[in-house]
Design a protein around this ligand. Structure first.
Ligand code: ADP
Ligand code: ADP
Length: 225
């Protein structure tokens, strides 16, 4: 079964009488690296929220690993076990160090303090930030914060990583290093990555580009990667 299936999904916002998604259907298979592109207001963020089960469709179904998401699905469990989020609005906690921020999603999962620290050290190393473990977010650059946010999103070994404009606020060099990190997660960890982006460069790093327009899938193409 596909990792994610979106079947005939519509999303209406009664507020303003908007149909943000209009009969959208597609599958995403385990290990795919997908970019979602489209003009502002085309429905990309809405789609990403629905893919991450943060929002639910007005009609249509979303399935994760062949199982339909419905009223009986434990969404907190699904999200915390399987999905990592790198959204610009998910800020790091300002009073916690980089290493502590990475441990936040590990609480309540039956790990000891030592296990959490150990895991956080591996993650901070994997994003190349070991020398900043004790820094507070305000002592880090925007790109370094993004790296810590990515490490935090990997805390529970998600199968799926969802990113909204992951390089949006970054200079070119930092953006490239985030793209390299994504490529590494994709190749070495076989992670499934879905990223919303305005950047052709970010999209070209993916294997597949879904273009959204007026709430519909306008095109769905492989990049040849
Ligand atoms: P994108 O991410 O491509 O910019 P969005 O998914 O944010 O697009 O928005 C799609 C459409 O839905 C837009 O017309 C937007 O104005 C509308 N929309 C998004 N969120 C809401 C909301 N909470 N209430 C009403 N309309 C919304
Ligand atoms: P509301 O607060 O408007 O009732 P919720 O987000 O609390 O909406 O979800 C209500 C129900 O819809 C929950 O029981 C939940 O399991 C289900 N649900 C949430 N997301 C989805 C989804 N992506 N697909 C199908 N059902 C969903």
């Amino acid at each position: 079964a596909p990792l994610l299936s979106i079947d005939d999904v519509c999303k209406d916002y009664p507020d303003g009488n908007v149909r943000a998604l209009d009969h959208v259907t597609f599958d995403i298979h385990s290990g795919e690296y997908v970019a979602i592109m489209g003009p502002s207001g085309s429905g990309k963020s809405t789609l990403l929220s629905i893919l991450g089960t943060l929002d639910r469709p007005t009609s249509g179904t979303v399935s994760f690993d062949g199982k339909k998401i419905d009223a009986s699905t434990n969404l907190d469990e699904l999200r915390s076990q399987f999905i990592g989020f790198v959204f610009q609005s998910f800020y790091l906690l300002p009073t916690l160090t980089a290493l502590e921020n990475i441990q936040v999603p590990m609480f309540g999962r039956g790990m000891t303090g030592a296990q959490r620290v150990d895991k956080a050290r591996q993650l901070i190393e994997s994003v190349g930030m070991s020398d900043r473990a004790k820094h507070l977010p305000k002592q880090l650059s925007v790109g370094q914060r993004q790296r810590i946010a990515i490490a935090r999103s990997l805390a529970n070994d998600p199968r799926l990583l969802l990113a909204d404009e992951p390089t949006g606020n970054l200079d070119t060099v930092t953006a490239d290093s985030i793209l390299e990190l994504f490529a590494q997660l994709h190749e070495e960890r076989k992670m499934t990555l879905i990223t919303v982006t305005h950047s052709e460069e970010v999209a070209d790093a993916a294997q597949r580009i879904l273009r959204v327009r007026d709430g519909k899938i306008e095109s769905d193409k492989m990049t040849g990667r």
